[in-house]
Write a protein that binds this ligand. Structure first.
Ligand code: CP
Ligand code: NVA
Length: 342
């Protein structure tokens, strides 16, 4: 853990596979510590944390805010509209100001290059709370959830079905490859991941033994999966609902698709980073499907049946966001002299 002190976490490849696995294990320890004692070691005692969001958030915000408090830090939340950031003040100047005022910065934004500027000019650890390209904090929670569920990671197969070019798909492909988890991306040809992301994953896979498959063939792609994972078809910052519904309706995760894995029920789970469009409580999805397809059912990337089935791990996964974000903050900024491995 000490090797990560003072470092930023802007994308998965900022750390080695060993460090990523250490973050997962530390998150599991923190969760157990909290379960046992009702509280955790105050690794961030008196540390000041800025939580900067240019896009909306429920889980990431709560995890940094409540997790920061649990670790003894002070958190200040900046919402997407009410500060000078991104409008009246440049990323560089804001970074310099945050660096003077705070000890660590969570940043949810658009361009990955802005993350780099934030880290460079603030001089303090910056944690990427989601960019257009990567969602690294989500990965620690996701692979923590998988490890808790199966007891191990290596040799499992995770299949992401949907928009194979989005931040979550990119991050799953690279992180799985780092950790020896086989990753299949199942998406129409035009939504296959970019070559640079696949190349990076292939590089890690050579060492870890993970197998990567990028395909538009659902039957082939989902066969043998242990984890079926999906995400929204239209990510924050995008508006192309009609196009995505046309492209991705055949790739909806439904019971038929789950059965195509051929995996026994006790070795198969469903995951979703959330928020999800699976029922009529989500107005955005409802309006979009009605408008573009004339359909009354606003089920999009996953059917309500799969979402609410015993396969679903998405709420445990959401809960693990807090433990994993605490792990990331404590490993990079915390006082690890308080860390007792037992
Ligand atoms: N999964 C995730 O990042 O959720 P929020 O957008 O609610 O933070
Ligand atoms: N791909 C989604 C993830 C949300 C947590 C988005 O960027 O909106």
């Amino acid at each position: 853990l000490k090797s990560m002190q003072g470092r930023s976490f802007l994308k998965e490849s900022d750390f080695t596979p060993t460090q990523i696995e250490a973050l997962i294990d530390f998150a599991i320890n923190l969760k157990n510590e909290h379960k046992k004692y009702g509280k955790v070691t105050k690794y961030l005692h008196d540390k000041d944390l800025v939580l900067l969001f240019q896009k909306t958030s429920t889980r990431t915000r709560l995890s940094f805010e409540l997790g920061g408090d649990d670790l003894g830090g002070n958190t200040a939340y900046i919402d997407p509209t009410s500060s000078q950031f991104g409008k009246k003040e440049s990323v560089e100047d804001s970074a310099r100001v945050f660096g003077e005022l705070a000890d660590g910065i969570e940043y949810r934004g658009f361009e990955q290059s802005d993350m780099d500027i934030m880290a460079k000019y603030s001089g303090v650890p910056v944690w990427n709370g989601l960019s257009n390209e990567w969602h690294p904090t989500q990965m620690i929670a996701d692979f923590m959830t998988i490890k808790e569920n199966f007891g191990h990671l290596k040799g499992l197969t995770l299949t992401f079905v949907g928009d194979g070019r989005n931040n979550v798909a990119n991050s799953l492909l690279v992180t799985g490859s780092m950790l020896g988890v086989n990753v299949h991306i199942v998406a129409p040809d035009e939504l296959h991941p970019e070559k640079s992301v696949v190349d990076l994953a292939e590089k890690y896979a050579q060492d870890s033994g993970a197998k990567i498959m990028i395909t538009s063939d659902i039957d082939k792609g989902v066969k043998g999966s242990n984890i079926v994972y999906t995400d929204v078809w239209v990510s924050m910052g995008e508006t192309n609902w009609q196009q995505r519904i046309d492209q991705l309706l055949p790739y909806q995760v439904n019971m038929d698709l789950m059965k195509k894995t051929g995996t026994p029920d006790d070795e198969l789970i469903f995951m979703h980073c959330l928020p999800a469009f699976h029922d009529d409580n989500t107005t955005t999805a409802k309006e979009a499907v009605k408008k573009y397809k004339g359909l009354d059912s606003p089920e999009m990337e996953v059917t309500d049946e799969v979402f609410r089935s015993p396969y679903g791990r998405q709420f445990v996964e959401a809960g693990n966001r807090k433990h994993s974000i605490m792990s990331i903050m404590a490993a990079t900024l915390g006082d690890l002299s308080m860390y007792n491995e037992n």
